[in-house]
Design a protein around this ligand. Structure first.
Ligand SMILES: Cc1ncc(COP(=O)(O)O)c(C=O)c1O
Length: 482
């Protein structure tokens, strides 16, 4: 029903904005659904057409709707700019299902992974395979001695581990953080979650790299944030685009993954890092620097210093052990101003009484073991070999057909295919061919591009990946001819 309730003190145009947003949230208006014409809406609401135009302008600025010349106004089908909720109340998440369930492609990928069939090639899971996790022994402690370590823990985590992270960050990057500026989290994911819940409010605009791993996370939408795409070139995010986004949408925070970006594998250049921290400091936009691959980067002298090193006040730095010790370790850390750390640590304390002492003690012990550096070195070597095998296989089996940039590190190769897929269902062809890859749409891009994760691929697997892609390209071009 296109009717205003009439019991609001808001200006009429904002009541129209609210009504349309509510219809989208309730599912009454679906992505890509066309809105009635302006004249008709004005009649429904009993207002001037200019009031409707003002409301639609506001919704367009929020990227909730898209106005297309000649074809009217439609509900934005993408997550970019989506306004996804009014409340940050926990109960709301639980009862209203604030978290969006995985898209069918991801659900199907999960089913195929779990089936663990010999036939299926997993080039999608961004997790460290078991054989590449550390082979070092963990200390054998009695239950009581674990619990006793709690004396060394406060809301921000186990102090010896915070000191270890402090030393590690200093040795690797010359980063000078004090232990009270370091917060141990349950992986990078929890740090991101707490930032979106505690430092931002529903309706706030945030800019994230496009493409981005963040796009695949429902936590931004669940916090009711409007996410805007920050385009990148080979050097990283484009600064003029950030300025535009800031002026158009009052961006409140920028999220970047500057080293071995997921999914592109790109490393933001030093020049771009400097420009980014400078412009963000000037516009007073805090930066979240998500850096789960940092330890691998530390072995590579070509990797520029973290943003945190360039501007210690305005950057929240996130690290993680997931990519070097296995993601079920669930140890990450956030480095930021003491006041922010205290606020987030208290929020976590309210949510789940803090972090378990067990992984913190074990991680601290392993990080201080002599074999740890050796483990990193081996990991670095194996990943480089696997990356080179994949690239060699693609170049040999599909010469000059694919476009990709050789990543300096990380887990992923971002591959542009020489075909056009008209809808996201077209990507099901990979699943039908028993090849699990991550399609570009999961990272917020429309092009026919896939993320191929080489971390798990042996040499033969890489050749098979190349052969399957070749087969898919043949099938696709045959379909076009039909
Ligand atoms: C860029 C990026 N950030 C954060 C995460 C989440 O890491 P964690 O396992 O530490 O929560 C991932 C995991 O793949 C990632 O790729």
């Amino acid at each position: 029903m296109w009717k205003l309730t009439g019991n609001s003190n808001l200006p009429i145009y904002l009541q129209i904005v609210d009504l349309i947003e509510t219809k989208i949230m309730n599912g009454e208006l679906l992505p890509e659904e066309k809105l009635p014409p302006e004249r008709q809406l004005a009649e429904f609401f009993g207002v001037n057409r200019s009031t409707v135009v003002r409301a639609l302008d506001e919704l367009t600025a929020r990227a909730v709707i898209v106005r297309k010349q000649g074809s009217g106004t439609i509900v934005n089908a993408e997550k970019w700019g989506l306004f996804a909720g009014q409340s940050t109340n926990w109960r709301h998440y639980l009862t209203q299902g604030g978290f969006t369930p995985a898209v069918p492609y991801i659900r199907q990928t999960g089913v195929m992974e779990r089936a663990d069939s010999e036939q299926v090639i997993d080039a999608s899971t961004g997790e460290l395979p078991l054989e590449m996790t550390p082979k070092m022994e963990t200390p054998s402690l009695s239950w009581q001695s674990f619990i006793a370590e709690e004396q060394l823990e406060d809301e921000a985590g186990y102090r010896p581990l915070r000191e270890t992270v402090q030393k590690q960050m200093h040795d690797a990057y010359g980063l000078n953080a004090r232990p009270e500026q370091i917060f141990i989290t349950s992986g990078a994911q929890q740090a991101l979650f707490l930032i979106t819940q505690c430092l931002l409010k529903p309706g706030d605009a945030v800019a994230i790299e496009s493409p981005s791993y963040f796009y695949s996370l429902s936590l931004f939408q669940s916090a009711g944030l409007r996410i805007f795409a920050l385009p990148m070139d080979d050097d990283g995010v484009i600064i003029s685009e950030l300025r535009d986004l800031y002026h158009k949408h009052r961006v409140k925070m920028v999220f970047v993954n500057p080293t071995f970006q997921n999914p592109t594998g790109l490393v933001m250049s030093l020049k771009r890092r400097k420009e980014l921290v400078k412009v963000c400091a000037h516009l007073q936009i805090p930066i979240v620097e998500d850096d789960p691959f940092s330890e691998l980067a530390a072995l590579d002298s070509e990797i520029p210093v973290p943003l945190k090193q360039l501007d210690s006040d305005n950057v929240l730095y996130i690290g993680s052990l997931s990519k070097i010790m296995g993601s079920t370790t669930r140890i990450g850390w956030l480095i930021g101003p003491t006041a922010v750390i205290e606020r987030l640590a208290l929020a976590r304390q309210e949510m789940d009484f803090g972090l378990s002492i067990f992984p913190q003690v074990l991680a601290n012990s392993v990080l201080n073991t002599a074999g740890y550096k050796e483990h990193l070195k081996q990991l670095h070597q194996v990943l480089a070999v696997r990356r080179d095998h994949l690239i060699a296989a693609l170049e040999e089996i599909l010469p000059n057909e694919l476009a990709f940039i050789r990543p300096k590190g990380g887990f992923h190769l971002w591959v542009k295919l020489p075909v056009e897929f008209r809808s996201i269902c077209d990507f099901d062809i990979f699943l039908a061919n028993d090849l699990l890859v991550m399609p570009g749409f999961l990272f917020g891009v429309k092009e026919t591009v896939i993320r191929v994760t080489y971390a798990r691929l042996e040499k033969d697997d890489s050749r098979q990946v190349a052969n399957i892609i070749k087969q898919i390209l043949i099938e696709k071009s045959a379909m076009k001819l039909d």
